[in-house]
Design a protein around this ligand. Structure first.
Ligand SMILES: NC(=O)c1ccc[n+]([C@@H]2O[C@H](COP(=O)([O-])OP(=O)(O)OC[C@H]3O[C@@H](n4cnc5c(N)ncnc54)[C@H](OP(=O)(O)O)[C@@H]3O)[C@@H](O)[C@H]2O)c1
Length: 339
């Protein structure tokens, strides 16, 4: 099989396509010939050496694939060779062949293409899980969406539209605001040229918002907490602020870590706040929950309520360009790799 390897921590030049023997499906696993694989911000951070969950290089990362089942291990029920599927894999997805536990493999709708299929699982599961399991999004809620033009951000905007009267504040660079509006964002905010917190307060008459979805981390978590109105909730789900440029910077790391707010149960009680965390990668043991939520996302896709926006499709040999696209913050929506 062929796969995109992270040969060592560093810039996009450390990526290399290598050949190795095909994996064999173990008990309860299926083998998938991959047609498309999602590239996520986490995998760019893994290449930079900034993603503690990733395997040590040399390694193959990748959390999601769309493809065709070509072999079944013992004790697999409900799936068969030749079936088009989506799968969540805990690393190894940036390969033309992967083995995945059958419980994390779902049949694809017939009219869902492989590229669009590979763009769905991580972004939409994360967004769905945050809005509907952790946050219980209600009609009329005000939601601050950071990295709103990214894969998860757009999924959040689309899902917010499925609940009446939700008001969204989306931070993104100005060139991406037209797309944000297309996706239903009520108030796009250019965080590069204006103070987003001041703008949110201005737009809400000083009241703030009900929900902050924050994948930035560090000082932004602190700012997000200050933007919550009573009974508000902040969901921390990433630390993108650690990743600027192509390589790791210890100075930035220390600066951002020292900005993380310190919370106590007493403090959140007193302020009527909820602080939650979401890490899909650490929900691997809850295959039941991931399956149920991914099935719900596919139902929304069938109903036409969600449509992943694909920013670009890159052959494995151009994986470095795909990483650069995200690292340089040029993508609008999902970057997909194809073997
Ligand atoms: N916890 C989980 O389970 C989970 C799951 C998936 C993703 N995540 C996290 O969610 C975040 C978004 O992931 P994604 O895959 O949707 O990202 P993405 O598609 O790569 O989006 C990145 C975009 O966000 C914007 N951005 C704003 N501030 C940024 C910053 N400090 N560093 C880098 N980009 C910044 C940039 O656009 P502009 O600057 O042009 O607006 C950039 O193009 C990441 O932090 C990721 O780790 C967490």
């Amino acid at each position: 099989m062929r796969a995109v390897w992270i040969t060592r921590a560093g810039g996009p030049e450390v990526l290399a396509v290598r050949e190795s023997a095909d994996p064999q499906p173990g008990r309860g696993e299926v083998r998938i010939r991959v047609h498309a694989a999602g590239l996520n911000f986490a995998e760019v951070m893994a290449r930079q050496g900034l993603y503690p969950d990733a395997p040590k290089p040399p390694c193959v990362v990748g959390y999601e694939v769309a493809g065709v089942v070509d072999a079944l291990g013992p004790d697999v029920a409900g799936l068969q060779a030749g079936q088009r599927v989506l799968a969540l894999v805990r690393f190894g997805g940036h390969a033309d062949t992967v083995c995945a536990p059958a419980e994390r493999v779902l049949p694809m709708p017939d009219d869902l293409g492989f590229v669009e299929g590979a763009a769905l699982p991580v972004n939409f599961l994360t967004a769905y899980h945050m809005l509907f399991r952790v946050a219980n999004l209600r009609p009329g809620a005000r939601v601050l969406v950071h990295m709103a033009a990214g894969g998860v951000g757009q999924a959040v905007l689309q899902l917010c539209r499925t609940v009446p009267e939700v008001v969204t504040f989306g931070t993104a660079s100005a060139a991406k605001h037209a797309v944000l509006r297309e996706e239903g964002c009520t108030h796009p905010i250019d965080y590069r040229t204006e103070d987003y917190a001041a703008r949110v307060l201005d737009l809400t008459g000083g009241e703030g918002v009900d929900l902050v979805l924050d994948p930035l981390g560090g000082r932004d978590w602190k700012r997000g907490l200050r933007l919550l109105r009573p009974v508000g909730q902040l969901i921390a789900y990433g630390f993108a602020n650690l990743s600027v440029g192509e390589r790791r910077s210890i100075r930035r790391l220390v600066g951002q870590l020292s900005g993380v707010p310190l919370l106590t149960p007493y403090g959140v009680m007193d302020r009527n706040q909820t602080v939650s965390g979401v890490n899909l990668g650490h929900l691997w043991g809850r295959a039941d929950l991931l399956r149920e939520e991914l099935a719900a996302v596919l139902d929304l896709w069938r109903a036409g309520a969600v449509r992943p926006r694909v920013d670009g499709v890159y052959p494995f040999e151009q994986a470095a360009a795909a990483h650069r696209r995200i690292g340089e913050r040029r993508n609008i929506g999902k970057v997909v790799l194809v073997p």
